[in-house]
Design a binder for this molecule. Sequence first.
Ligand SMILES: C[S@@+](CC[C@H](N)C(=O)[O-])C[C@H]1O[C@@H](n2cnc3c(N)ncnc32)[C@H](O)[C@@H]1O
Length: 499
Amino acid sequence: MAESFQHAGHSDFDQTSAQFIKWFTEADGTRWSSKVQLQDLRNENAGRGAVATAEIAEDEELFAVPRSLVLTTTTSNVPPTAIQPLEETGTWPPLIVTIIYEYLKKDDSPWHAYFKVLPTTFDTLMFWNSAELAELQASAVVQKIGRQQAEESWRETIIPVMLAHPDQFPVPGATPVERTVELIKLAHMAGSLIMAYAFDIDRDDTRTNNDDNDDNDDDNSSGDNFEEDDEDEPFKGMVPFADMLNADADRNNARLFQESDYLIMRATRPISTGEQIFNDYGPLPRSDLLRMYGYITDNYSQYDVVEISHDLLVDVAGKKHNQENKAWLKREEQLDELGLVDDGYVVHRPEPNAQRLDDVLPGQLHMLLRALCTHDNDARAIKKPKDAITIEEAALLQAVLTKRLTEYSTSYEADQAICEALQSDSPSTVVPLSCHHRRYLMAVQVRMGEKEILRQWITLCQFHIKQKSEEMASGSSKRKYDATTGFQSKQAAKKEKHR
Ligand SMILES: C[S@@+](CC[C@H](N)C(=O)[O-])C[C@H]1O[C@@H](n2cnc3c(N)ncnc32)[C@H](O)[C@@H]1O
């Protein structure tokens, strides 16, 4: 839940919701089912949310938003002179400027009642202080926040444009430096609204949703710095009411569909009376959910990931300081040409019933392990491994994961004790100074999830090594037996060759 909600009294909060509903229902062309109610869910730390007041059938329309009500760079009257200079900067910067423009117009903005229900402060990682971020320990998400890069980019793009139009962007400050400070604060607010509230607006007749981060948010991984310039980058807009829906992993039961004149929210499952209506933000790991939306729930833990850096892999394999090792450098170049080298590799949480390393190890990681384990005088070209993971490869992976685990400064068990204390009657005793209680708990839960994954993978490696060793042992006693008969099977000979 965004922080600003916490301070509003019940009547203020309800009154703002009522004014927003009135504005929405009176706007030209909107439709809204009487079975959908906007509710105060602050007791669940979830701000506002939509709840079903009667049984809703699958596919039933919940509400419909005409395109004219969607806040975009084209529906707003933001001066073209403020938008045109940003044409080459992607979708985010012009929309940030548009949101700031409408926000500063206050009562004169057609979206005034809508802004009243939108937060101005957030719990997303962009707004965590250094003590709170430190509690995420070695989570790779910390490197993805990009606050400084965002601000640097804004100083070159949107800030000059807004400073050049002081009448349209009236902010306090006697000097451009002072006004820049105010505009940066507003850009953080607008950027965070886009991150957590905006939808991809397809221009053709296809489905749309604010799960723009579906593919684990690669469009937004650098999107924190709000400087996308990908030609395929989707057009974005703020869709009133649709963005009042919360999300919760597999409890999601609604989706936004795009038609030529309308964006329509429909139920994707039957929804019972009293049930919350959830949109789908995508299968996000909790680290990214925290980064982009500022909340987590246990239901998202199934999507958690850990990142292993390329440097760590190479380091543990003993190749890091091996600039003289021409064989390895050549192999690394080959891997790069095949598009297999990244700064980091994502390791997903194994399915609960996963038992075999061979079933869960991604092909890319297997190829890297194979390349790292290949003997230096083996000049064969790198190919996708067709055979099982070797003991050496599993041992290298286990060593990498074990080292990765040591990068987190507390043990899983210590975190478990912290979580229990935080959920006890006197939680404040364990909250470090300068940390907000809820943020601290979420950070501990995220780092625990990552440690859990590392431990699960280490167990899979250990099991694999044990099993392979047993197979080898029984294979060699079989060969001994075979030797007496003078027979060695083709398969055993092949296995032998690959060891
Ligand atoms: C698209 S908005 C949904 C409306 C929001 N609850 C509000 O009151 O403005 C997304 C934000 O809602 C909150 N949110 C969404 N789903 C949630 C959930 N399951 N639990 C807690 N907060 C949630 C987070 O603050 C998130 O950034």
